[in-house]
Design a protein. Structure first.
Length: 134
């Protein structure tokens, strides 16, 4: 259900990753670990699809890979913020990025290692319970 601004009243998560196996593994894990706090988990394959989704659906949290074809996570995150999205954006990558490289993304949080799933799940759970950023 959405309110007058188009923001979902439930706790929704958008997972963005170009790797099918990663989408399945993280999606299944999060459905299991955050089951009671998540009203929906949607999945898209690149930053452009994420930007389109966010402009229409306004999920509470976006969990997004940094390195993807079509539009990378940093560019997509910045575009979401420029479009007025105030939800939580968590970027992740197995590669090191400097704070200078990540700053334009205006992300809420960043994970250098998506294999630390328990910590990732705890972080997502915390953001699901927080109001959107302002």
């Amino acid at each position: 259900m959405t309110d007058a601004t188009g923001t979902d009243n439930g706790r929704t998560l958008l997972l963005v990753d170009d790797d099918r196996n990663t989408r399945i593994a993280i999606g299944d894990f999060l459905r299991f670990r955050i089951n009671g706090q998540l009203s929906s988990l949607d999945v898209v394959c690149n930053g452009q699809e994420a930007l389109n989704f966010v402009q229409e659906k306004r999920p509470h949290v976006v969990l997004m890979d940094v390195q993807m074809p079509v539009m990378d996570g940093i560019t997509a995150s910045k575009a979401m913020r420029d479009a007025g999205y105030i939800g939580h954006i968590i970027l992740y990558s197995n590669h090191d990025f400097s704070p200078h490289e990540l700053q334009p993304a205006q992300a809420t949080d960043f994970f250098y290692d998506k294999t630390r799933r328990d910590q990732l799940a705890a972080t997502i759970r915390a953001y699901l319970l927080r109001p959107h950023q302002h």
